[in-house]
Design a protein around this ligand. Structure first.
Ligand code: SDX
Length: 433
C-alpha cells in the first residue's frame, strides 16, 4: 500500500496537513492542528450516536456486518454455539483463549461457588412492588452488590478483579432467578451448584417443592446456547455504557448496572420483549399487511428487525431459528412463530426493508423460544443480560488494560446563548410582558 496518510487542505486558510491513516482510521486529535487562527480550538469531528467513530481498539469480537459474520476471539459463533458451553465461552471472551480442561474445571468451580447472594439482597427484592419489572430489579440489585463487596473498587489488583468477575457471572443468575420468583410471588429458590450454569438458573426459576430440580436437557442446552449467542457483540450500546462508566474507575458491579440499564431500552436488549408485544398487537395473520403498511408509513418499527452493523441476516438469528425447532419439539410450537415467519417473508421481499437493509436481528426469534420455555415477556431482557455479562466484563477489563484509554469525556458543539446577565424576577416579568 502507498503512503498511509491523508493530505487535508483547509480551504479557509489554504494550508495543507498530512494526517496518518492507521487501521482504517485517522485519530480525531490529529485534526486539532487545523486552525484558522491562534485562538482557534482546532477542528473536531461531529458524530452523534457514533455512527462512524471507533471508540477503542479491541481483540474480543469481530463482526462483518455486510457478510453477517460474528466471531468471538476469532472463533465463528456457529462453532461455539454448536460445540462450546456458555461458561467456556465466557472464559474465552474474558481471557482470550479457550480454557484447558484444568482451567475450565477451576473456572466452573469458582463461578458456581459465587452464586449465593447476601441474604440482605432478599430484603431489596421484597421491597420492590409486586409487579416490578424484573429487568428494573436486576439493574438495581446488581448495582447494590457493590455495597457488599467494598474491595471491588480495587480494580487495578488482578486477583481482586478476578474474584469480582467470578461473583458477577455467578450471581447474575441468582439475582435474575430471585427477581423472577418475586414477580411471581414465589419463595426464592436457592442455587444448586451441582447443576450446569443454565440448569442452575432454570432451577432457581422453576424449582417448586421437589428436593432436587432436574432441568430438561434440551431446554437446558438451548438456554446455554442462547447465553453464548448473547455473550458479546463488540461496541453495542450497553457495552459502550460499560466502557464509559468503567472508565471513571468505578467498581465493576456499578459499571454492569450502567450497562444493564442501557440494555433495558426497547431499541437494544428490550427489543426481544417488544417483538412479542408487537406480535400480540398484530393479533392475527390477516392483520400483518396493515401492520407492515403502518411501519412503512413511519408509524412504528418492525421490532427485531434492523441493526447498526448487520446489513445482512444476523448470524445469531439464523442459529436461534434452528434452535426454536428443537425447543418446540419439547414445549410445543409457539403459535406466534407462524406470524413471525410471515412478517419475515414479507419484509425480506419488500423494497422498504430491502432498501434499508433491514433483516431479522438476534431479538426477532429469541423471544418466541423464551416464551415457549415458560418465561414471561418481561424476563426476556434479563436473559439477554445474563449472557452479555461476560462480554461486558471482557470489554471492561480490556479497557482498563488499554494504555490509550482515559476517562470517557466527549466534546460538544455549543449552540446555546452567548453571555447574558442575570435578570431579577421583576425584570423577567417585564421582559416576558
Ligand atoms: C440489539 O449494536 C448491537 O450490536 C446490538 C445487539 C447486541 O447484540 O448488542 O445486536 C442487540 O440491540 C439488536 C437490535 C434490537 N433492536 C430492535 O430490534 C429495535 C428495532 N430496530 C431499530 O430500532 C433499529 O434498526 C436499530 C436501533 C437496531 C438500529 O438503528 P440505526 O442503526 O440507528 O438505524 P436507523 O434507526 O437510523 O434506521 C435507518 C432507517 C430509518 O429509516 P429512514 O429514516 O432512513 O427512512 O431504517 C429504518 C429507520 O426508520 N428502520 C426501521 C427499523 N430499523 C430501522 N424501520 C422499521 N423497522 C425497523 N426495525
Amino acid at each position: 500500500m502507498g503512503n498511509e496518510t491523508l493530505t487535508i487542505t483547509d480551504n479557509r486558510t489554504g494550508k495543507t496537513y498530512e494526517v496518518p491513516v492507521q487501521n482504517g482510521t485517522i485519530k480525531a486529535l490529529d485534526l486539532r492542528q487545523i486552525k484558522i487562527g491562534p485562538d482557534d480550538f482546532g477542528l473536531m469531528t461531529y458524530d452523534p450516536a457514533f455512527m462512524n467513530t471507533a471508540s477503542c481498539k479491541s481483540k474480543i469480537t469481530f463482526i462483518d456486518g455486510d457478510k453477517g459474520i460474528l466471531r468471538y476471539r476469532g472463533y465463528p459463533i456457529e462453532q461455539l454455539a454448536e460445540r462450546s458451553t456458555y461458561l467456556e465461552t465466557a472464559f474465552l471472551l474474558i481471557n482470550g483463549e479457550l480454557p484447558t480442561r484444568a482451567e475450565l474445571e477451576d473456572w466452573t468451580y469458582q463461578v458456581n461457588h459465587h452464586t449465593i447472594i447476601h441474604e440482605n439482597i432478599k430484603k431489596f427484592m421484597d421491597g420492590f412492588h409486586y409487579d416490578a419489572n424484573p429487568m428494573g430489579m436486576l439493574v438495581g440489585t446488581v448495582g447494590a452488590l457493590s455495597t457488599f463487596y467494598k474491595e471491588a473498587k480495587n480494580i487495578h489488583d488482578p486477583e481482586n478483579r478476578q474474584k469480582q468477575i467470578y461473583r458477577l457471572i455467578g450471581k447474575m443468575i441468582t439475582l435474575a432467578g430471585f427477581a423472577y420468583r418475586h414477580s411471581r410471588g414465589l419463595p426464592f429458590a436457592y442455587p444448586d451448584n451441582e447443576l450446569s450454569y443454565a440448569g442452575n438458573f432454570l432451577n432457581m426459576l422453576f424449582r417448586m417443592t421437589e428436593p432436587k430440580y432436574k432441568p430438561h436437557p434440551v431446554l437446558e442446552k438451548a438456554l446455554d446456547v442462547l447465553f453464548i449467542l448473547h455473550a458479546d457483540h463488540e461496541q453495542n450500546c450497553s457495552t459502550n455504557a460499560m466502557r464509559s462508566v468503567g472508565s471513571s474507575h468505578v467498581d465493576p458491579f456499578s459499571a454492569v448496572a450502567g450497562a444493564a440499564a442501557a440494555l433495558y431500552g426497547p431499541l437494544h436488549g428490550g427489543a426481544n420483549a417488544e417483538v412479542l408485544y408487537m406480535l400480540d398487537l398484530i393479533g392475527t395473520m390477516n392483520n400483518i399487511p396493515d401492520f407492515i403498511k403502518s411501519v412503512k408509513e413511519g408509524k412504528g418499527k418492525l421490532m427485531g428487525f434492523g441493526h447498526r452493523v448487520y446489513k445482512n441476516y444476523d448470524p445469531r438469528a439464523k442459529i436461534i431459528k434452528h434452535l426454536a425447532d428443537q425447543v418446540f419439539e419439547v414445549t410445543g410450537r409457539n403459535p406466534k412463530l407462524d406470524m413471525a415467519l410471515e412478517l419475515e417473508r414479507i419484509a425480506l421481499s419488500d423494497e422498504y426493508f430491502i432498501k434499508r437493509k433491514l433483516y431479522p436481528n438476534v431479538d426477532f426469534y429469541s423471544g418466541l423460544i423464551y416464551q415457549a420455555m415458560g418465561f414471561p415477556i418481561d424476563m426476556f431482557p434479563v436473559l439477554f443480560a445474563i449472557g452479555r455479562t461476560s462480554g461486558w466484563i471482557a470489554q471492561w477489563q480490556e479497557m482498563l488494560m488499554d494504555g490509550e484509554q482515559k476517562i470517557a469525556r466527549p466534546r460538544q458543539i455549543y449552540l446555546g446563548y452567548d453571555k447574558r446577565d442575570y435578570q431579577t424576577l421583576d425584570q423577567r416579568s417585564a421582559t416576558a410582558a
